[in-house]
Design a protein around this ligand. Structure first.
Ligand SMILES: Nc1ncnc2c1ncn2[C@@H]1O[C@H](COP(=O)(O)OP(=O)(O)OP(=O)(O)O)[C@@H](O)[C@H]1O
Ligand SMILES: [Mg+2]
Length: 252
């Protein structure tokens, strides 16, 4: 079956700074895929390339089989993006934000779509308040709701929980899990190892311009040096795996 996202040999430099040095990965349909990396690793750069906002220097990326460079319109029809910084209009109410997007997407019944989304994301009570009065978690939920108007098959969430308190973070996790259960493919970026561990079917670690490890959590755990596992009673955390892999690569 055709992959939802396929990335091969992606390279991107800004001036003489090489950010992506040949990135390869694939995401299957209906999967939650987490791209894990430190600040400045190039996560947002990858998301911007995959959502047709930025051109790579070389390599290919396809979304539902459509090339992001030669078929950007087909790609845009299949996707939505929740950026690293919220796209919510603070002056508008939650409901008005949703209606605006539904109109921009040329949907026939913007009011109904807005009602449905408000209900689905637990925002009905706050629907007619300005978004500026929302908590961080509510704003993020509204942001995700906005990106789902028009039922995209594939959604990109760039650091969906950065800056949220633990409770709001759990709320967003729940939403992401529900979306995936409904068949949506999700690529999310995160700096939080626990987030990847909680949510992702598969995880890729981006470090110094390349994917240095990828797989399910179980597969990644196998990469962890065996000797250590024997001495430690609990399973290694993803953080330990991450540090072990990053450290190992740097030593090479
Ligand atoms: N338009 C640009 N012009 C110049 N440099 C850029 C540009 N966009 C990104 N960069 C640089 O590319 C590198 C990767 O940036 P990117 O935003 O992709 O990282 P990130 O992994 O998303 O980081 P963060 O976790 O902080 O969001 C950084 O060093 C950044 O300064
Ligand atoms: Mg980023």
């Amino acid at each position: 079956m055709e992959k939802a996202i396929q990335v091969k040999g992606l390279q991107k430099s800004f001036k003489d700074k090489e950010v992506l040095k040949g990135v390869d990965f694939e995401v299957k349909r209906g999967e939650i895929f987490a791209l894990l990396g430190s600040n400045g690793a190039g996560k947002t750069t990858i998301v911007r390339i995959l959502t047709t906002l930025l051109k790579p220097d070389s390599g290919t990326a396809t979304i539902n089989g459509f090339d992001v460079m030669s078929k950007p319109d087909n790609v845009r029809q299949a996707i939505s993006l929740t950026g690293q910084f919220a796209a919510v209009d603070e002056i508008l109410t939650g409901r008005e934000n949703l209606i605006l997007i539904a109109k921009l997407r040329h949907l026939k019944n913007p009011r109904q779509v807005a009602d449905h989304m408000l209900k689905r994301f637990g925002l009905t009570d706050a629907a007619d308040r300005k978004a500026s009065t929302y908590s961080g978690g509510m704003r993020r939920r509204l942001d995700i709701a906005l990106s789902l108007v028009g039922k995209p098959e594939i959604i990109f969430l760039d650091e969906p929980t950065t800056g949220l308190d633990p409770e709001s973070r759990i709320e967003v996790w729940k939403t992401v899990k529900e979306l995936a259960a409904g068949g949506t493919t999700i690529l999310l970026t995160t700096q939080y190892l626990e987030e990847a561990e909680q949510l992702a079917d598969r995880i890729a670690i981006l470090h110094e311009g390349k994917i240095i490890a990828s797989g399910t959590l179980t597969e990644l755990k196998k990469l962890f040096p065996k000797a250590k596992v024997e001495y430690v009673e609990k399973q290694p955390s993803l953080e330990e795996i991450f540090l072990a892999i990053v450290g190992k690569k740097e030593a090479m």
